[in-house]
Ligand binder design. Structure first.
Ligand SMILES: Nc1ncnc2c1ncn2[C@@H]1O[C@H](COP(=O)(O)OP(=O)(O)OP(=O)(O)O)[C@@H](O)[C@H]1O
Length: 568
């Protein structure tokens, strides 16, 4: 991966140089036009010199087409290559940003930056900058031409151009203030739209879809308000700027009339230099618009730079391997949100190749413990070690190589069943995938499907039932065959048939000798665990086997009793 993903390439610079050349060639036409008009005015029309000038105009025209064609193609290819390299970089970068960033309402911002901001940046490279340098080159040629035929006229035009500076400064202030706000609100709107589309089923079920969805509608209203504000504050400056730029015309008409009347300026030159302020005003307007959109698009560039500079997950990328795989929490404290502790002074040991179950009230921090083992998050204090080695200095990617995770939210890619399972071990053969599926109790339902293992799962597996998705994730864990297994048992929401199939699949998964940490939502499933941790109030309240905990008569015993009453 390149060091600076926004680095421009040779093609881009060639495109820019050719844009300047094209602008200058356009301006060169004035010199030739002037000569033709002079010839006509004097009445000294000579066929050979007329043909010579026409030929020159033709050559310039052809040259312009060639330069434009090559310049346009080069800047398009160059700009697109830069944005492509940028997209690949950002895709890789997202992988390294700590997971906690994605749970702080930043998802919409990331989506907005990677999609629309990168598109905007591509537009700067492929269009805005090219148009800008071309217009500026044309403008300079026009001023030089007027200066060539009447020096004070060139100075007048250059001064009129300088009027642009204070107006551009004012416009940039508006763009900075309202453009940045618009970009921020736009990112928030994307977040709420993503949430809306993801949860459309729930929204419909509760009749809060469409305009009744307050979050989406209020975000859209805010976006429309901030867009309006942005335009509203830009219009007066633009209008004033246009008026001042057009002042060049009367000034030139009056100023140039003096040398024209005294015979120092020929009427053809007078006519031409009186017409050019109009063209210059139009051109200056285009320059100002291009600069404004450059400034606007630069907001997108700054947002991309923010992602590029985001701190990455730290940790050694060296292979993480240990002889044993016991897991130890030593005085761990953790909170998702500052000052709202989820775990405090949490210490326990998960023995090597034994089954440890975690039970506790909803929201007590069970899943958080698994998230910390998998290094999805870092503890605020305390240490976590695997096989006697601290994991805080190891890259999450390396730790995760030792872990298989089966949890309640099964994520499936919009791909075939076979390829979805292969993600667990990319070099697995088709036979190995099928063996894993048999163990995970999914081979039968897969084979019943028309395309078998080549059946698409749909976006996030929406063509499969909850139980089928769970079993596919168990198949992934079996295929990965890693020494540590983190399991969030969640069969409560399944129908009886699926529940039995998933439970059988889990039993098969547990047959292999592994260090297993399993969150159990029903206690009957953990009766035979080697160790049970009871989480309560952000701490490990009790530890022991099922029998030991019943004898203790504490929280576990009370939970067991309650469950027995319900199941009677
Ligand atoms: N990403 C997050 N951002 C902020 N708070 C979170 C996040 N995830 C969980 N929490 C909070 O942390 C606490 C512990 O959550 P956790 O998911 O670990 O509980 P749990 O015991 O696994 O619950 P359950 O049994 O219901 O799945 C809860 O109060 C929850 O609201």
């Amino acid at each position: 991966m390149c060091e600076n993903p926004m680095r421009k390439n040779r093609k881009f610079y060639i495109g820019m140089i050719l844009n300047v050349v094209e602008g200058m060639l356009s301006g060169f036409n004035f010199f030739l036009l002037y000569e033709v008009m002079k010839m006509l005015w004097i009445g000294n029309v000579n066929l050979s010199s007329l043909l010579r000038l026409t030929l020159l105009l033709g050559v310039i025209f052809v040259l312009r087409i060639i330069v434009y064609g090559i310049g346009y193609t080069e800047s398009q290819i160059g700009g697109a290559a830069v944005s492509n390299q940028l997209r690949l970089f950002l895709g890789d970068k997202i992988k390294k940003i700590p997971l906690s960033r994605f749970t702080q309402g930043q998802t919409g911002q990331y989506i907005n930056i990677i999609t629309s901001d990168v598109n905007n940046y591509e537009k700067i490279l492929t269009h805005t900058v090219g148009d800008l340098v071309k217009h500026i080159a044309f403008c300079v040629m026009m001023i030089l031409f007027v200066g060539y035929i009447w020096l004070p006229g060139g100075i007048i035009l250059a001064c009129v151009e300088l009027i642009l500076i204070p107006f551009l400064w004012l416009t940039f202030r508006v763009v900075k203030k309202y453009g940045t706000e618009k970009n921020k609100v736009s990112a928030e709107t994307v977040s709420s739209i993503v949430e809306y589309v993801t949860g459309i089923q729930t929204f419909r079920a509760y009749g809060v879809g469409g305009t009744k969805n307050k979050t989406v509608t209020s975000d859209m209203k805010r976006l429309s308000d901030v867009s309006y504000d942005y335009e509203k504050h830009g219009i007066p400056t633009n209008a004033l700027q246009c008026i001042f730029l057009w002042l060049g015309l009367p000034i030139m008409v009056v100023a140039a009339s003096v040398p024209m009347l005294s015979g120092k300026l020929d009427p053809v030159a007078y006519l031409l230099i009186c017409m050019l302020p109009m063209l210059l005003a139009k051109l200056s307007d285009s320059i100002s618009r291009a600069l404004m959109s450059y400034k606007n698009l630069k907001i997108s560039k700054d947002k991309i730079v923010d992602i590029i500079n985001e701190p990455e997950e730290q940790g050694s990328m060296e292979v993480f391997s240990t002889n044993t795989h016991e897991i130890e929490f030593n005085n761990v404290a953790f909170s998702y949100v500052a000052d709202e502790p989820v775990l405090q002074h949490t210490s326990f040991v998960v023995p090597n190749q034994k089954l440890t179950a975690i039970v506790g009230d909803s929201g007590s921090g069970k899943s958080t413990i698994l998230n910390l083992i998998a290094k999805y998050y870092e503890p605020n204090s305390g240490t976590i070690s695997i096989g006697g080695k601290l994991i805080n200095h190891i890259a999450a990617e390396r730790v995760l190589e030792q872990i298989s995770m089966v949890d309640q939210d099964v994520f499936l890619f919009d791909d075939t069943i076979r390829e979805n399972i292969r993600h667990a071990r990319p070099d697995a053969t088709d036979e190995e995938i099928e063996v894993a599926c048999k163990e995970a109790n999914c081979d039968t339902f897969i084979r019943k499907m028309e395309k078998g293992y080549d059946t698409p799962t749909g976006e996030n597996g929406n063509l499969l039932s909850g139980g089928e998705r769970q079993r596919l994730s168990i198949a992934r864990a079996i295929l990965k065959n890693s020494p540590i297994l983190l399991l969030d048992e969640a069969t409560a929401s399944l129908d009886i048939e699926n529940e039995l199939a998933v439970k059988e699949a889990i039993a098969n998964l547990l047959k292999a000798k592994k260090t297993v940490v399993m969150i159990a939502h029903t206690l009957s499933i953990v009766k035979n665990a080697d160790q049970i941790l009871v989480v309560s109030g952000g701490k490990i309240a009790e530890t022991g086997t099922h029998d030991e905990l019943l004898v203790k008569g504490g929280k576990y015993a009370a939970m067991w009793e309650a469950e027995q009453k319900i199941s009677k």
